[in-house]
Design a protein around this ligand. Sequence first.
Ligand code: ZN
Length: 483
Amino acid sequence: MNKSVLIRGGTVVNADREFRADVLCVDGVIAAVGESLTAQAPAGCSVVDAGGQYVLPGGIDPHTHMNFPFMGTTTVDDFYSGTSAALAGGTTSIIDFVIPNPKQPLMEAYRIWRSWAEHAASDYGFHVAITWWDESVHRDMGTLVREEGVNSFKHFMAYKNAIMCDDETLVNSFRRSLELGAMPTVHAENGELVFLLQQEVARMGITGPEGHPLSRPPMVEGEAANRAIAIAEVLGVPIYVVHVSCQESADAIARARARGQRVYGEVLAGHLVIDDSVYRDPDFTRAAAHVMSPPFRSKPHQEALWRGLQSGQLHTTATDHCTFCAAQKAAGQGNFAKIPNGCGGVEERMAVIWDAGVNSGRLTPSEFVAITSANTAKLFNLYPQKGLVAPGADADLVVWDPSGHKTLSAKTHHSKNDFNIFEGRTVQGIPTHTLSQGKLVWVDGDLRTVPGAGRYLKRPAFGPQFTANALRAQVEAPTAVER
Ligand SMILES: [Zn+2]
């Protein structure tokens, strides 16, 4: 079944260029890219007519939470439903998160998440969160990098009294990441300020979802981004800031990059097109459905994020797909701080960003590929297995119809969630076909995913150049004190 697929007559788009070519996929990998490959296609080869369409590397979403136990409940999407939704939208790989509870051994949490992910329909990898520190964490980080193919560690600077990482843990883990050639990543929000502001907002009598953004203003994010970047600079380690949502943190990244620091920023599709007016919706269910952290921001912040992507100061796009249904969100009736944080989007990201980014002229198709797959593949060491249409790469591909339309809705999406933050938005530019490991899994609205078909992606550590900034910091450090 579908051992080979020929995609004929399309325009291949990579991050560096676009060109007319057929793409032949055999046994899960791209066998050939070139003109008129029909003669080379094996007998029984499936043929996809891509005339008038683009052929893109499958999307990579580096920020999802499937099957995630959080704030007293568990997300409705598991690894199968979540990756199926992803494939329906043209995303063929996810990088999810192993999140140990404080004091839980890292390897124990890692094995639990790996078992949950066995049902995934698409390929997947894991970042591992560092939520506490001792000698065993130091040791297990080494095991994860050297034996398990984890090359990135996540640090929550928010969620006090839960998974928040203090500066001591941050410093220890950044130093260890540097030693191992792994990328430290941060959720940048000052958890102490959020904790205080949540109480102050409640004391003002604001208990509904409109209190959520008031307790997490942009400078709370800006402070944490600046602090994490400063710590990374002192230690000489690269750093990746997840879900940059506002001007303050985008500026922090741009300033550091101008100083020559290796700092990378991720933007969520939702933050690019949804603004904070959603929290003032009088309907609790709708407002609470948008509660995630960092929250949606006012429109000028959206513009700052687009400018960051256009200028290359921000690098990747993701969704933070983390789905809680209305019944779960209801836990925060009367106390916005108890609304489970998270929104969906893994299926919609590609179309939303194409529609708002490429159709508007902000991005070229190649720039779209850069921020939806290629940059992520490079930063997390999956390139060129992923993020590139070329012989030898995985046959994870999307046939993209730039004139196709769709109205996004919870009624038609493939997530198990009962709400869609993009509800009613009509997008132009949609996937007609998705190939995962060379198999057609989405064909004109027909979803053919298979539980367990996804493979775990091992991501090797970075090489010695990774520490170049550290060496520079050490060279600069011992300057003589002159009196
Ligand atoms: Zn997240």
